[in-house]
Design a protein around this ligand. Structure first.
Ligand SMILES: Nc1nc2c(ncn2[C@@H]2O[C@H](COP(=O)(O)OP(=O)(O)OP(=O)(O)O)[C@@H](O)[C@H]2O)c(=O)[nH]1
Length: 333
C-alpha cells in the first residue's frame, strides 16, 4: 500500500431518467473545491450525459461503448489505474452507470484486492423516480437489483406524487432492501452528510421482518433470514455461498449479515456484491450474550429450507449441553 490517501468512490445507479445526473450535479456543486473525478457510462458513442454534467469536476471520463457492468470493466480498470498513479489523486470519484446497469457487478470491482488498496467504495446510491419506480419494479429486473444492492435509495421527483403514496413507496423500498437508508428528494437534492453515514449505520437485522414483494410476472422477491447460535466454518461457508452465487445468480440478489466463525470471537460482516462474497471484521461479539449469526438473503422465490440446505455443510454444531452451560455462565455474570 502506498502512502497516498484512498479515493472515496460513490456509485450512482438508478433507472433511465430517474435523476442520476441531476443528483450528481448537485453533489459536485456542494463539493466544489474538492478534487472530484467523474466516470460517466452511457450507451452509444455520442456523449449526451457528458455534456449535461456541470463543469464542477477536475476530470471527466466518458465510457460510451457499452455498459460497464457487462463489457467495459477493462476500460474502467484502465481509468482506475490512471487515477491510482496520478501525481495528485482525486478525493472523490463519482461513477454514474447507465440506467440498466447491474450496479452489483460494478461494485464487485471495488472488492478486488488491488483496487481496495486505492479506492474505498463509500456508497452505492440508487436514484428512483417516485412517479415511475413502481411500474419499473414490476416490469424490469434491473430496477429491483439496483435497489437491492444500494446503501442509499433516493426517492426523487417527490413533487409528482402525494404524501400518502410516498409513505407507501418508502415501505416498498424497505421491503425490497431492508439494509438501505431511504431518502426523499426533489430535483436530486440531498444533504452531503448522508454520504458520510457509515455504510452499515442503520443495519440491524433483528428489527427487519422477512418481507415479500411480488413481482408482476408472478415471481416473488423474498427476504429470508437464517439465524443460528451455531458457528460457521469459514472455508466451507465461503465455498458454499460462492457456489450458490455462481449457480443461482439470477435468483440470489443479495446476501448480508453478521456471523460468528469457529474458534473466533470476531463479529464478521458477510455480504455479496454481484457474484462476489466479502467477509470483513466488524468488531467482536458482546461477551454477555450468546452470539447469534444472522444471514439475510434477498432474491427471487427463495425458501428458508433451500437456504438451510445451502448452509448446512458450513455449520459447526455446538452441543446442546455446551450451549446450555454458556447461557448459564452468562446469566451468573
Ligand atoms: N420535475 C422534476 N424533474 C426532475 C427532478 N429530478 C430530475 N428531474 C428532471 O428529470 C430529467 C431526467 O433527469 P436526469 O438527471 O438526466 O436523469 P438520469 O437518471 O441521469 O437519466 P439517464 O442518464 O437518461 O438515465 C431531467 O429533465 C431533470 O431535469 C425532480 O425532482 N422533479
Amino acid at each position: 500500500m502506498d502512502n497516498q490517501t484512498q479515493i472515496n468512490v460513490y456509485l450512482i445507479t438508478g433507472f433511465l431518467g430517474a435523476g442520476k445526473t441531476t443528483l450528481l450535479n448537485n453533489l459536485l456543486k456542494s463539493l466544489e473545491g474538492s478534487r472530484n473525478v467523474v466516470i460517466e457510462n452511457e450507451f452509444g458513442k455520442a456523449s449526451i450525459d457528458g455534456t449535461l454534467i456541470s463543469k464542477q469536476y477536475s476530470q471527466l471520463y466518458e465510457l460510451n461503448n457499452g455498459c460497464i457492468c457487462c463489457s467495459l470493466d477493462e476500460e474502467l480498470y484502465d481509468v482506475l489505474n490512471m487515477l491510482a498513479f496520478s501525481d495528485e489523486r482525486p478525493e472523490n470519484l463519482f461513477i454514474e452507470t447507465t440506467g440498466i446497469a447491474d450496479a452489483g457487478t460494478v461494485a464487485e470491482i471495488f472488492k478486488r484486492e488491488d483496487v481496495i488498496k486505492v479506492f474505498k467504495l463509500k456508497k452505492v446510491i440508487c436514484v428512483t423516480d417516485a412517479e415511475t419506480v413502481e411500474d419499473y419494479l414490476n416490469e424490469t429486473e434491473e430496477t429491483i437489483r439496483q435497489i437491492v444492492v444500494s446503501d442509499l435509495v433516493i426517492i426523487n421527483k417527490t413533487n409528482f406524487v402525494s404524501a400518502n403514496y410516498l409513505v407507501k413507496l418508502e415501505n416498498l423500498m424497505h421491503s425490497i432492501n431492508p439494509f438501505a437508508e431511504i431518502f426523499l428528494s426533489s430535483d436530486g437534492q440531498i444533504p452531503l452528510e448522508i454520504l458520510e453515514n457509515k455504510r452499515d449505520d442503520n443495519f440491524d437485522i433483528s428489527e427487519k421482518p422477512d418481507a415479500i414483494f411480488t413481482h408482476a410476472s408472478g415471481h416473488k422477491i423474498k427476504t429470508v433470514t437464517f439465524k443460528t447460535e451455531n458457528e460457521f466454518y469459514k472455508d466451507y461457508l465461503i465455498h458454499t455461498l460462492n457456489v450458490s452465487l455462481m449457480l443461482h445468480y439470477k435468483q440470489i440478489y443479495r446476501i448480508k449479515g453478521f456471523i460468528k466463525l469457529e474458534g473466533s470471537n470476531e463479529k464478521i460482516l458477510v455480504q455479496s456484491t454481484g457474484k462476489r462474497l466479502t467477509l470483513e471484521s466488524y468488531g467482536t461479539w458482546n461477551e454477555n450474550e450468546i452470539p447469534v449469526s444472522e444471514l439475510v438473503f434477498i432474491g427471487l422465490g427463495l425458501e428458508l429450507s433451500s437456504i438451510q440446505r445451502i448452509l448446512r455443510p458450513a455449520i459447526k454444531k455446538i452441543a446442546a449441553e455446551k450451549l446450555k452451560s454458556m447461557k448459564l455462565s452468562i446469566l451468573k455474570g
